[in-house]
Unconditional design. Sequence first.
Length: 285
Amino acid sequence: MNTRKRKNRYVANRHDYKKRKHVALEPGMTGFLCTCNVYERGCITDAYRLLNLFADEKSASDINKESETSRSTRNTLVDEEGEKSLEDTDEDEDVSTALEKEITELRTETSTLPNPLELVTKIVSKLDTTKEQCTRYLLRLLPIEVVCKAYMDNIKVRASDVFEKYFAQEPKTFSIVFKYECSSRRSNNSIKRDEIIEDLAEIILRKNPGNKADLKNPDIAVIVEAIRGICLLSIAPNYYKFKKYNLVEICKSTKIKSTPKEQVAECASEENSGDNNRKDSDTTT
């Protein structure tokens, strides 16, 4: 009896745990796409720690600007309220107007998710300069600008809005990288690789005729990830320079790669110097 009760309790708790922890991708989301090899929980902790570390690093100028803007808005609200109070002293106020005034007085600053691209470029550029690895299980970190259904019409509409911000002002080189999850290939039959690359490239060229495709070293890479009927759209500047946003590969120093050649050259020079010394000793004898 005790064993059965324990098993039932265990199964019930396990079912409830899965139900609570289940989070699905939904259209309209923005955030970060993290990849790892095996240890998913460690990857999540690495991502939270890294994002919080760089998100908290705000410059004093940004904080001063935010405080100045908040003060100016509050002063304008106070001035408007003073003018309205002088004009409407003889008139009776409605309940709705009184509530609106109280709400504006109690209005506080709201914190929102920062721009994913801005935060990721901050992380990647710093790792590229310092070469200090600060993650153990987190491999790639991509900023996700758009999450939508994996249908061509939805992707075109959402991509056009995003491309207006990055490709309309100045001519830039671009490349489009399409990836899909192998297990969800059957659920992504509505989009095809060649079709999506051609359509997105056409939209980018429409935004600015000076834009050109460059597959080797583009200014901006457009990453399209298809995962179980959901499309993730990412804008990645200097995609190949930053090793496809692989944090581990970025931290690998170029000096380490050049050491074997240097060691071979040093060994060869030492051998040549040794041979010359032997010849000199032979001639003296």
